[in-house]
Design a protein around this ligand. Structure first.
Ligand SMILES: [Zn+2]
Length: 137
């Protein structure tokens, strides 16, 4: 009985997260890149570790958009009240993986840019400027 309830709650949480998570932030970034005429990128670049959401292969810049929830954004702190252990564990694993990916990419001389979902939502222009700046370096 209890288990059924938590499962239900969990999938409700997941649905809520999905609807405002990575997919829309990626699309937002895609739009701004096009609008600002920033070129040379590939989407979901599978040729390198971590499959960056966007990558500039020639310049070796990898861009990740991290969902505040899934990647444990310190600013948003969104640990749900139910299934705390489950979520903390899951988010912890994601964070560890992010660090591992960063390390590996940097070893291969890639520059790694990571943006939080809230940065995309609240300051997409700044995000675009950072990418432009990084391209010029
Ligand atoms: Zn955040």
């Amino acid at each position: 009985m209890v288990d059924v309830h938590t499962k239900k709650q969990r999938s409700r949480n997941m649905a809520a997260i999905k609807s405002c998570g990575n997919i829309s932030t990626e699309t937002a970034l895609l739009r701004i890149l096009r609008k600002k005429k920033i070129t040379g990128w590939r989407r979901n670049y599978k040729k390198i570790t971590g499959t960056p959401d966007f990558a500039f292969p020639k310049l070796k810049i990898a861009v990740f958009v991290d969902g505040c929830f899934w990647h444990g954004c310190p600013k948003c702190v969104l640990t749900p009240k139910t299934n705390r252990y489950f979520w903390k564990n899951k988010i912890g694993q994601n964070k560890k993986r992010d660090q591992r990916v960063n390390k590996e990419l940097r070893k291969k001389k890639w520059r790694v840019l990571r943006f939080w979902e809230h940065q995309i939502k609240k300051g997409i222009d700044k995000v675009a400027s950072k990418i432009e700046l990084e391209k010029r370096l």
